[in-house]
Design a binder for this molecule. Structure first.
Ligand SMILES: Cc1cc2nc3c(=O)[nH]c(=O)nc-3n(C[C@H](O)[C@H](O)[C@H](O)COP(=O)(O)OP(=O)(O)OC[C@H]3O[C@@H](n4cnc5c(N)ncnc54)[C@H](O)[C@@H]3O)c2cc1C
Length: 422
């Protein structure tokens, strides 16, 4: 941004209240929606947050297992403007994370509207705004629409475990989003399908509760210890990436993991040729693990594997990940989202689309990605919002409140004040 733009933006620091219809609507009150709302609030831009469930952070509250802690150290998971409390451990529990987000929303004055499920959103060119239809039939108009419904919206259920397979199996089939604890599986044989972080953690939890889990591993997989020599592996990798190319960092990580864990291939966990960080950048999968599943079909008493062998199980837990729900409700988002509801443009540039459409939390970079998106989105909307309200307040303004402004404003205001917990 050149100095002239900055000065002109700063000179317009006092603006009129938003014109009717010039509203920001954020869909989703998880970490991404809250971060976007807080960053906007810190710049004085009001936003309406629509949340289909009955509470903040419902994914963490209702669709995670009891033993869940943050997978990454807290300094990589805090949202803009408010750090985690010092008293929190390096890897906060899910209850601590939820409490942090409650405090975050309160400090930013964000009060979502609960029970507001957006069923359909399309750009209304005549109105110059996004028309959102809620369950129940109510329609809202939004000049700016921020999609924050999450990468983990819809549990992914492989075809073999759905429909006929589910009906055939005599035991219980559940997705990890329904799993709470291994207590109910004590003494049972359980098949865990998928060995991402959730699959590994659920298997550990089952072991601790006296169940006998088997973890299906079809593909190659990177297993790294959470910490190396007392330092978080993720933090170490982030630090090294500032000094070395990604391939060199990957080589060091894999070498150190081999010293710490031995040769995981001996346990059937072969490593991919591509290193853990490069793989994450290419595929979005976490550097820790890969998602796999080599089951051919479900049988009445267990499963048959790809090699034809059948084995009995009392229950099957699907740690097979999630998909985005965006394609089911957002129309006219094709410039930003793929048919699968994920950004077309890789991180860090996938947060902005046409006609005032934005995304937060789809970067496959966890909460670090959420923070980056939220700051970018708030800065961009704030810039237009100021322009719009300045124009609307001028008697001779030729633009009406529904005139679209270009999304190319390069104005960069400050990131706003830090929040304090109220
Ligand atoms: C088990 C697990 C552990 C994770 N651990 C970490 C970690 O340690 N560190 C890290 O950085 N990341 C982690 N992640 C990844 C990611 O940070 C979290 O999934 C995080 O919750 C994403 O936040 P979000 O707001 O984008 O999505 P969500 O938390 O899923 O929130 C989306 C919200 O949108 C609402 N919604 C959806 N559709 C609609 C609609 N149509 N209308 C209205 N509301 C709607 C939902 O009810 C939900 O409340 C983890 C993910 C999982 C699943």
């Amino acid at each position: 941004m050149d100095e002239e733009d900055a000065t002109s933006c700063r000179a317009r620091a006092s603006w009129a209240p938003p014109a009717a219809g010039a509203a920001v609507v954020i869909v989703g009150a998880g970490p991404s929606g809250l971060a976007a709302a807080a960053c906007l609030a810190s710049r004085g831009v009001p936003a309406t947050v629509l949340e289909m469930s009955d509470s903040l952070v419902s994914t963490w509250r209702h669709r995670t297992y009891d033993r869940l802690t943050l997978h990454l150290p807290k300094r990589f998971c805090q949202l803009p403007l408010l750090p985690f409390p010092d008293a929190y451990p390096a890897y906060p529990s899910k209850d601590q994370f939820v409490a942090y987000l409650e405090a975050y929303a309160a400090a930013a004055g964000v009060a979502p509207r609960f029970g507001a499920r957006v069923e359909d959103a399309a750009f209304d060119a005549a109105a110059g705004a996004w028309a959102l239809r809620l369950a129940g039939g109510e329609t809202l108009l939004a000049r700016w629409l921020v999609v924050a419904t999450g990468e983990n919206a819809v549990p992914r259920v492989p075809a073999a475990f759905d429909g006929d397979g589910r009906r055939l199996f005599g035991g219980r089939i559940m997705h990890t989003c329904e799993y709470k604890s291994g207590e109910e599986f004590a003494g049972r044989k359980v098949l865990v399908v998928g060995c991402g972080n959730s699959g590994m953690e659920v298997s550990l939890d089952l072991c601790r509760h006296g169940a006998a889990p088997s973890l299906v591993v079809r593909n190659t997989v990177h297993v790294l210890p959470r910490e190396m020599l007392g330092v978080s592996t993720f933090g170490l990798a982030m630090g090294l990436l500032k000094l070395l190319p990604v391939q060199a960092v990957d080589w060091l990580l894999v070498a150190a993991a081999r010293v710490a864990l031995g040769d995981t291939a001996k346990l059937g966990l072969r490593r991919p040729k591509t290193g853990p960080i490069e793989l994450k950048n290419l595929t979005g999968r976490t550097p820790v693990l890969d998602v796999v599943g080599a089951v051919k079909e479900v049988t009445p008493r267990g499963v048959r594997f790809a090699d034809g062998k059948e084995e009995q199980f009392d229950a099957i837990i699907l740690a097979t990940g999630y998909t985005s729900s965006v394609p089911s409700w957002l129309k006219d988002g094709g410039d930003v989202f793929t048919a699968d509801g994920m950004p077309k443009t890789p991180f860090p540039n996938g947060w902005r689309g046409k006609n005032g459409l934005y995304t937060v939390g789809f970067s496959q970079r966890g909460l670090l990605g959420t923070s980056s998106d939220a700051l970018n989105v708030a800065r961009d909307i704030h810039c237009q919002w100021k322009d719009m309200n300045t124009v609307a307040s001028k008697p001779t303004a030729s633009s009406s409140s529904t005139t679209l402004l270009q999304n190319s404003c390069s104005c960069s205001a400050s990131n706003g004040n830090n929040l304090t917990v109220v």
